[in-house]
Design a protein around this ligand. Structure first.
Ligand code: AFP
Length: 339
């Protein structure tokens, strides 16, 4: 089999990208390159832990549940520890909000600990035992003041206050996508070199797509406007590329990555089992909302821009729709039409 051309020294690695900034002379805030590099390091370890889970006995359930009532997979716990072990030594993180931690983990109150990290260490963990795609999501907030971490000031944040955000997709390849407020960049892990290499430069989300992602099992319980929107999406009209095709991986990161690259949308509305939606604001919706907006897409609760929602608690859930701007706008207009 023909070997692929070697990745040349000219390839832009993540480390170089973080060092040199986004190429528009905008360097990253002090400490941010180290934190994102640490998260990238954690994801390299996690990619291997996920691939080798069958050998290390890390498949299956841990027997416990997390604070939002989900049965915890062994890999949820492994992933959470891998992220904590990677970011703590940087010294720039004051606190970590994680899907797997009931309360925020306070790491430091030193002046240089200027960030709060919100993370879903293993998104889509229901896919671990069926070799499906999983991901890691992160959102980084600057602290307003140093000293002891204060829940209301430091943790109950609005997504628009993020200084950086991103995700890692553990699929056939491992891909890390991040923004620091000046465009969206994607890096593919070159296992041969052990480096993330730039493969998606200044990603733009198509204005409209052809795919939708949602758990249709809850369809009957959705807001009337969303049910009407689904009828619209599934009618035949070649001029508007309808019917859209359904794709639902069970891992938000994977469905979001498709929407980012190829267009379309993902939504998880409120339903009888999830009165406020299922997804968590601080470590799922707000980070991905920042990424998609930086790529020209859109993200909301269906009625409010997701980056404007202030968290009332660290594990707050919200209804969520994200993806191509025109698709999300249309979804929102269907909700408005049916009060
Ligand atoms: P976990 O991260 O707890 O596995 O949840 C996955 C998720 O938050 C998101 O990634 C999926 O799109 C969604 O939930 C799947 O939920 P359903 O199983 O209810 O469809």
């Amino acid at each position: 089999m023909e070997d692929d051309p070697p990745v040349t020294e000219l390839a832009i690695t993540l480390d170089r990208h973080l060092r040199e900034g986004t190429g528009r002379g905008q360097s990253l805030a002090a400490g941010l390159p180290e934190l994102i590099a640490a998260l990238a390091g954690a994801s390299k370890v996690l990619a291997r832990q996920v691939r080798r889970a069958a050998f290390s006995g890390s498949l299956g359930y841990s027997g416990g549940t997390n604070v939002t009532g989900d049965s915890q997979k062994k890999l949820d716990i492994v992933a959470n520890q891998t992220v904590l072990d990677a970011v703590a030594p940087t010294g720039v993180v004051a606190a970590v909000v994680s899907e797997e931690l009931k309360v925020a983990r306070i790491l430091s109150d030193r002046p240089e600990a200027r960030f709060v990290l919100c993370t879903d260490p293993l998104d889509g963990s229901s896919n671990t035992d069926i070799d499906g795609a999983v991901g890691t999501i992160f959102g980084i907030y600057p602290r307003a003041a140093s000293g002891a971490v204060d829940e209301a000031r430091d943790l109950q944040r609005k997504g628009s206050e993020q200084i950086a955000a991103g995700y890692v997709l553990y699929g056939p390849a491992t891909v890390l996508v991040y923004t620091a407020g000046d465009g969206v960049f994607g890096f593919t892990l070159d296992e041969d070199r052990g480096e993330f290499v730039l493969t998606l430069d200044r990603v733009r989300c198509p204005a409209r797509g052809h795919y939708y992602s949602a758990n249709l099992g809850h369809l009957r319980e959705w807001h009337r406007g969303i049910r009407k929107y689904l009828e619209y999406l599934t009618e035949r009209d070649p001029a508007t590329r309808r019917p859209y095709s359904l794709r639902y991986v069970g891992a938000l990161v994977a469905d979001l990555h498709r929407s980012l690259i190829e267009g379309g949308l993902y939504f998880y509305p409120a339903d009888q089992g999830h009165a406020n939606g299922k997804l968590r604001l601080l470590y799922e919706c707000a980070p991905l909302g920042f990424v998609i907006e930086q790529a020209g897409g859109r993200a909301s609760t269906g009625t409010q821009r997701i980056l404007e929602v202030r968290a009332g608690s660290i594990h707050q859930r919200v209804p969520f729709v994200i993806g191509s701007a025109e698709d999300v706008e249309l979804y929102e207009s269907f909700m408005r039409r049916e009060p």
